[in-house]
Design a protein around this ligand. Structure first.
Ligand code: PMP
Length: 423
């Protein structure tokens, strides 16, 4: 178990009143709060090391490069990826959205013949298929929908069951011999449901497709091992795993990263550039890291990864399962429907709900007045809401710093919402 009081005390932002009440932050699926060690890591970097990486012969540049690569290793360790020099499997991006767009753009470039024969496995043409699920965040849905539009590939999806779980039983039917890319969320940001990805990964591989995992909502809450899951690529953001904004990561199996053509072009990703000949690009991860990198943020993300591993990923999961159990009581309130599995097993502490007869914004404001922060809107997942027959919802989502009492305060406040608005 975690030493809750100690963990909680590491988050300075939580020690404040909002509208005269102690802050209860239940919006970690949007962004997690940062422990002091992460906040300090960023400013310490600027105070003592700041320099560009992978260039310059001076001492600060060497230290900066070392800190950057060390952070990459820490993040790789968190997700079971290779980190040894020459075998790196983690690419720095500016966030999950950027990582997913990088992949879609690279697959598009492969479809134009870029990257030669090695990249042909990523190439799409009319008649090929891209498969996602209806649970996807727009950051998966849109890049791959656009890729389908650019290449003429057919865009398909796995449906959801009544509680919003991805219908993995449809895998054999939807993922076919023509499927080239399968991109599915590990944990859905609306329903909190953990996708049983094993049958999807094995079916994708059976037909020779690459499997892309959206790990945004799993890495912060669960012990995730990309090698064990056998996914080909995975994207996630540092800011949801207690790290800084503006940085994220893209995992790729080493042999696939080596075969993948670049998506962004510029400095620090090229071995040789000429006026009259094609450039010769670097090996991964540099090939995918054009331009000056967010070094301070990456270093702080490495500290966040270590911080999570120090607490213990199993301990984080066990603690948040208690919060989820409390949040799921939202579904017992008269006129309130949970948009996701009611069972605590197979989900995380992200609980979206619909209050009959009260607009989600009114619910959000009523709850905010109690000092409790929850999310309001469609959470960048409109098809999921359509699946439930609504346009928007409210969402409470946990972090390791949430207490059972805080979750209970939300449930109690929600119990009064409908009467307050005369619904
Ligand atoms: N996928 C999921 C499941 C998410 O929850 C989010 C963030 N809301 C994203 C992708 C995109 O992450 P970011 O905005 O950090 O790029």
């Amino acid at each position: 178990m975690i030493d809750f009081d100690k963990v909680r005390a590491e988050f300075p932002i939580l020690d404040q009143q909002v509208h005269g009440r102690p802050l209860v932050y239940l919006d970690s699926a949007a962004t997690a709060q940062k422990p002091q060690c992460v906040i300090d890591a960023e400013s310490e970097f600027y105070r003592t090391i700041n320099a560009g990486v992978h260039r310059g012969a001076h001492e600060l540049a060497a230290r900066s490069t070392m800190a950057f690569e060390d952070a990459r290793s820490k993040v790789a360790r968190l997700v079971g990826a290779n980190a040894a020099e020459g075998e790196e499997e983690v690419v720095v991006t500016s966030g999950a959205t950027a990582g997913l767009n990088l992949l879609a753009t690279a697959f598009g470039n492969a479809s134009l013949g870029r990257g030669g024969a090695a990249a042909a496995r990523f190439a799409l043409k009319p008649g090929d298929e891209i498969v996602v699920s209806k649970a996807e965040h727009h950051s998966v849905l849109l890049p791959f929908q656009e890729l389908a539009a650019r290449t003429g590939a057919t865009f398909k999806w796995l449906d959801l069951d009544d509680e919003g779980r991805v219908r993995v039983d449809e895998a054999r039917e939807v993922i076919t011999e023509r499927t080239k890319v399968v991109a599915v969320t590990h944990v859905a940001n609306v329903t909190g449901a953990i996708t049983d990805i094993a049958p999807l990964v094995s079916r994708a591989h059976e037909v020779g497709a690459v499997f892309v995992l959206d790990a945004c909502q799993s890495v912060p809450h669960l012990a995730v091992d990309f090698h064990a899951l056998d996914v080909d690529f995975a994207a996630w953001s540092a800011h949801k795993m207690y790290g800084p904004t503006g940085v994220g990561f893209l995992y790729g199996k080493r042999e696939l990263l080596e075969a993948l053509p670049p998506a962004n072009f510029g400095g620090s990703m090229v071995e040789l550039a000429w006026m009259d000949q094609p450039a010769q690009y670097m090996v991964p991860p540099a090939r995918f890291e054009a331009g000056t990198q967010p070094v301070a943020q990456v270093v702080a993300a490495g500290v966040a990864a270590d911080w999570m591993m120090d607490i213990g990923l199993g301990n984080i999961e066990a603690h948040e399962r208690q919060i989820a159990a409390e949040l799921l009581k939202i579904g017992d309130i008269d006129g309130v429907r949970v948009l996701g599995p009611r069972e605590n097993a197979g989900r995380i502490g992200t609980v979206a709900f619909d209050v009959a007869g009260v607009h989600p914004h009114d619910v959000g404001q009523f709850i905010d007045a109690q000092g409790i922060a929850i999310r309001v809107g469609h959470h960048c997942a409109q098809p999921v809401h359509r699946h439930f027959g609504i346009y928007a919802s409210n969402r409470a989502s946990s972090g390791v710093y949430n207490s059972v009492e805080g979750a209970r305060a939300l449930v109690e406040a929600l119990g009064k919402v409908r009467a307050f608005f005369g619904a």
